[in-house]
Design a protein around this ligand. Sequence first.
Ligand code: ADP
Ligand code: MG
Length: 696
Amino acid sequence: MQSIPEIFGSMVFNDEIMRERLPKEVYKSLTKTIATGRTIDASVADVVANAMKDWAIEKGATHYTHWFQPLTGVTAEKHDSFISPVGNCKIVMEFSGKELIKGESDASSFPSGGLRATFEARGYTAWDPASYAFVKDGTLYIPTAFCSYTGEALDTKTPLLRSMDAISTEGLRILRLFGDTTTKRLTTTVGAEQEYFMIDKEMYNKRKDLIYTGRTLFGAPAPKGQELEDHYFGPLKSRISAFMADLDHSLWTLGINSKTKHNEAAPAQHELAPIYSTTNIAVDQNLLIMEYMKKTAEKHGLVCLLHEKPYAGVNGSGKHNNWSLNTDGGKNLLDAGKTPAENVKFLLMLAAILKAVDDYQDLMRISVAFAGNDHRLGANEAPPAIVSVFLGEELDSIIESIVNGDTYQGKKAGIMDLGIPSVPTFRKDTTDRNRTSPFAFTGNKFEFRMLGSSQNIAMPNIVLNTAVAESFRQFADILEAAEDFDAAVAKLIKDTFAEHRRIVFDGNGYSEEWEKEAQRRGLLNLKTSVDAYKCYNLPKNIELFKRHGVMSEIEVNSRKDILFENYAKIINIEALTMIEMVSRDIIPAVNAYVGEVASSLAAKVAVLPEACSDVERDIITRLSELNSAAYKKLAELKAAEADVTAESDYEKKSEMYCDTVIPIMNALRAIVDQMETLTSTEYWPLPSYGEMMFSI
Ligand code: ADP
Ligand code: MG
């Protein structure tokens, strides 16, 4: 058997393999392309393609695919084999540089939010040499960007790579001012902790709602939920443990540093965390992690639920996006540092991030807004829909003293020149763990905790990178023009903290008081996705993306359209699923049960007219009333659905779904859940919450 270090990354065409397999000159040229983000030379591409193909064939590949990330859905791929005919009855295995670099793709079936109509139906995929190719399921996967022929990005990868360039460019301006002449590139790193639920496959197959929508649309609470807190970090059940081992093995072959696994708060909920990597790679890897969770679960007779809220009443699933900024020399700029100069730089970084989050609260919120995540954010579950930053006690008081201009009396802190207190080096365990904060400083990184479990993590990182790039740009403009640099930095830090301190909040993020306090501070509270999407193309946001070359106005508008369209389609599917389940499964089941109780009552009374019949009468009365109420709500839901169908604009449709349809669905659910508690298990057509959550 191969050892873990032997299998790790064995299916990845990584740097080591490239160095081993490519001629020296080609390897050099390729790594330069990767480092600088320039386009690759055609002759180099041919050599790389050939080496890649030979390597892939050794790993059992017969096909290759350009792997990309369209604007909805997770990933897309189309497989072509390497075969190429020679004469009439022979073939050879071929793969050219052209095929590696660029793929034609009919863009017309992917969402483009009007981009397609305005421009061209066809798009193309372009190799992203900064993400490694890999082999899985007999296919060579080539990570690519997906664009229209007129150059508009039709994917999430392209703006992500652009945002990484933006933060590097603007960040370097700052570093130069501090006398750094050697750093050539800044990269953001990301570690995404992934939460998920597991359910037995047979149970899953009996729930149309899980099959069609990924979440339960009905279900009375089980007698036991997560109140005993016995699941969090509890021992792994053997079936889950076998699944996790299998999953780790697959991920390791793909070079994914799957590191931590544990049970989460809710019954049947778990988490996987990899070791962080460069953002674009972390995005690809998170997509692969989600894909392998689903695939591996199937092999074990299980289904992995990545939806944000599979079950009402217990915790939903999110993703924590741990983010930091590093130099190519390996220095983390969010490390407080030991010297006074490093401290100033750190405080400036902190100021830039606070400003970015405050100025672009709306974009942060939008980047995590979609129908599934609305069940978490702002819905009595941490984190709230209001964006704020947690820094911890020590940093708070440092900021306080900077703003007030008085001396900081910290534990280990001294005083530096410029009237700025020095910042002690933080270890993660010295920063408080505030679990309700949407965006928390945890020692040497920020943890963006609003992400939904099912989402592609590209957009939150696009927003973070670009917004921080904008802070850097403004800072650099000021500092480059300053005559006295030290004084200018001190003033800039102080002014920025004073102006953006309102975004800092260390208390309980989902208390009612915070909602009021946030309103008083003038912070945004975009409760639903629909509220959030409306802010997407505000002039300040378009300006931000345009200025840094991350997205054009057209690209922003197309994304806004797609978000509305997607939201409307999801709620539509949920409403239709509800209608089908209530009409065809639930009402008939209740009728059958009431029928049985009624006939047994009739039989009983026929034998013994004086017999007590309270139970039967009560069940019949209550269930008949509820069933009739359900039937009325069903009619209401159908009518509301018809109204939305008649509307063609997706933004209006989304508003109607959010304001009218969802409340009706909630009311219908409440009635059905009540009926579940009164109906015999034998008659109830769906597995219960208890069965689904405690059966593994
Ligand atoms: P938890 O928050 O659950 O206690 P950790 O804080 O140990 O877990 O780590 C969570 C994630 O943060 C891991 O994926 C880890 O690799 C990642 N991480 C640690 N340091 C950094 C960093 N500098 N940049 C980005 N991610 C990081
Ligand atoms: Mg965490």
